[in-house]
Design a protein around this ligand. Sequence first.
Ligand code: PLP
Length: 383
Amino acid sequence: MMSACPDPLWPSYRAGARLTVDLDAIASNYRYLQTLAAGASCAAVVKADAYGLGIERVAPVLEHAGARDFFVAHVDEGIRLRSVVSETARITVLHGPRPEAAGDCVRYGLRPVLNSLEQIATWREAGLRAGTVPEAALQVDSGMSRFGLSGADLEALQENEGLVGGLKVGLVMSHLACADTPDHQANRAQKERMLEMSARLPSAPLSLSASSGIFLGPDYHLDVVRPGAALYGLAPNRTAPNPLSPVVRLQAHVLQIREILPGDGVGYGLTYRPERVRRIATVAVGYADGFSRHGAGQGCAWFEEICLPILGRVSMDSLIVDISDVPEGKLGPDMMVDLIGPRRSVDDVADAAGTIGYEVLTSLGHRFYREYVGNQKNPSTGD
Ligand SMILES: *Cc1c(COP(=O)(O)O)cnc(C)c1O
């Protein structure tokens, strides 16, 4: 017979690992970035489920910390966000209105970024059908060749003012390709190109910088900055220590401990073979949890201050670490080791896997027990 579960923490015992998300750290990172970009307004990018951390939990905390402007990638994400932030929050959809979804942008009060002449036409048609054309953002391609109006598109708009007639432009934006490399000459070139292009459009607040761009200095802040990664604790560049507070911790349960001898092999392919006697532990996180198969061999997990090198290949649901340096009896089955934590950042995990912190964060699995700590306030109740 099913019965109510007496222990509120029971799911953590069922899951292989616990992912802790520090909501206070997110709020404090937001406030830090807003202070750094004091001349601008600081928006919050919460696409991809707030970089994998849970948009329903994260967005209200950002709003409580002062964010009024939110960016998502897709219309669907905007609709999901609409129900967890207040009505006055402005939600901008980076990918713009695809023809079938333009009506939903109008219905849910989402502001699309218009990236092409086609999207401008789509938005005007959707607006006219609704009786009025709501505000939109315009993106110009200042050099990344990904999204936005080209120089030729701007000429077409200048020659035929009817194309932007009736359009309310609330923001003109562009995106930097090399902002994480502060000395890169493309940064200045893109900024100049953006200013030149925006001068040919209806006047509106300007936005160029995401997380890394904020750290290029006030010249790059313009009117609105759009950080995502930095809110979640990722380093804006590698030229200075990371000033942001870490947000996530990933602790995995130890499932089994054994001793291995020279001649034994570890994991798929038996790619690790010890030269001396080793004590090893199998822990409950694998590549199906977003802990990349490429990350083995270079990284380590941690138990308190002790580094536990990852041995052999990462399996789907588990990986194996060397616990020989842990005094015997101190680490037993069912205890937890840190895979991401005070001694190993998301960026460190990414380095070991040959990728970037963005990819590690957004790949973190959904079968972890997730615990949100810190600001548990629900801003909608005002407490
Ligand atoms: C994802 C994204 C951002 C946020 O970038 P971060 O590097 O995570 O701060 C800002 N602007 C645009 C257009 C984006 O696609």
